[in-house]
Write a protein that binds this ligand. Structure first.
Ligand SMILES: Nc1ncnc2c1ncn2[C@@H]1O[C@H](COP(=O)(O)OP(=O)(O)O)[C@@H](O)[C@H]1O
Ligand SMILES: [Mg+2]
Length: 316
């Protein structure tokens, strides 16, 4: 139990889930703090949806424990369900219901009723930008509006923790921006877990990211931290007038350099220098060029993009 630690919203310990031979979630341990917009990122099949279905008490774990707001998901599943709002992957909705009718139905399932439910529906319709759609049939709404209905449903009972599984899938670029903005707005007041296989989605929206692959965690941190954690991500690109092999040999001797490759274009060499650490060795490279009386047309530092980090960590 982690009830004593008030800043932890969700605590997942040593979680495992097997479907027959498929070990979908392996020894997964992580915490989500109150107020975070937490990005749960991984390629398709990584185990994100499975983890969230366990957290929301839809399926049991094979082993491990989860607590939400200090309540164990097995022993106190009713308390946990009250604390969580869930927008599942593929957002299943009743197509023949009107928007308001559906929200009323969803609220009643949650045990809400009367004026309290009506006023809460009005509020969510405002927050989610559904005012013009309340009398429409859900089946006739655009995908963007359907996601808004899903969000309104998930937030109806004012949960502490909102879980969104691939909330922008199938949306067009404008709808993606709208839903992202809506999630950011919601994230100012709630703890949010944002599951996605798309890095740019998560890095644009989330305060902290956990990357999983094959059911196991591979990295965690802010987008900034993830980029700089990868020591190999630091490179320099130079354009030097001189012979490629000479330049390679001399630059290779500069402290902190791990590899140099040059390609020749007439009297100019385009040189790529990879470094061992995160230290800025630009000045040493410049000195080396000057000491050898070469001309320098370009010297710039390049960092591996988060996209490259993500690909490296989840390849294969
Ligand atoms: N009900 C199930 N029965 C068997 N295998 C499943 C079931 N649900 C998920 N899986 C498998 O578990 C793995 C993780 O899937 P999932 O949690 O949906 O990943 P993600 O949401 O990250 O794309 C996949 O290999 C998937 O095929
Ligand atoms: Mg999924």
């Amino acid at each position: 139990m982690n009830g004593s630690n008030g800043s932890v919203m969700m605590d997942v310990r040593q979680l495992n889930k097997r479907f027959g031979d498929v070990h979908a979630v392996r020894d997964l341990t992580f915490q989500v703090k109150k107020g975070e917009v937490f990005g749960f990122l991984g390629p398709n099949g990584a185990g994100k949806t499975t983890t969230m279905r366990i957290v929301t008490c839809y399926i049991p774990a094979s082993s491990g424990t989860i607590s939400v707001g200090g309540h164990d998901t097995v022993e106190h599943s009713l308390d946990v369900r009250k604390k969580i709002g869930y927008l599942p992957e593929n957002n299943p909705l009743y197509n023949d219901m009107m928007v308001t009718e559906y929200l009323k139905f969803a609220g009643e399932l949650r045990g809400m009723q009367g004026d309290k439910l009506s006023s809460r529906i009005d509020e969510m319709v405002q927050v989610c930008g559904l005012a013009k759609m309340t009398g429409r049939e859900i089946g006739k709404l655009s995908k963007g509006y359907r996601q808004r209905v899903g969000l309104a449903q998930a937030m109806l009972h004012d949960p502490d923790l909102l879980i969104l599984d691939e909330p922008t899938s199938g949306l067009d670029p404008n709808q993606i921006i709208e839903i992202r903005e809506l999630i950011k707005k919601i994230g100012r007041e709630k703890t949010v877990i944002y599951c996605s296989h798309i890095l740019s989605e998560v890095s644009a929206t989330c305060t902290r990211i956990l990357i999983i692959n094959n059911g196991s965690p591979v990295a965690t941190g802010t987008a900034e931290e993830l980029t700089s954690q990868m020591g190999s991500g630091n490179q320099y690109v130079l354009r030097v007038r001189g012979s490629g092999p000479d330049i390679e040999a001399k630059l290779q001797g500069v402290a902190g350099v791990s590899s140099v490759s040059a390609s020749q274009d007439n009297e100019w060499a385009s040189v790529r220098v990879a470094c061992e650490g995160n230290e800025d060795i630009g000045e040493s490279l410049f000195r080396c060029v000057v000491d050898n009386r070469w001309s320098l047309a370009e010297l710039k530092r390049e960092r591996a993009s988060l996209e490259e980090v993500f690909t490296q960590l989840t390849r294969g």
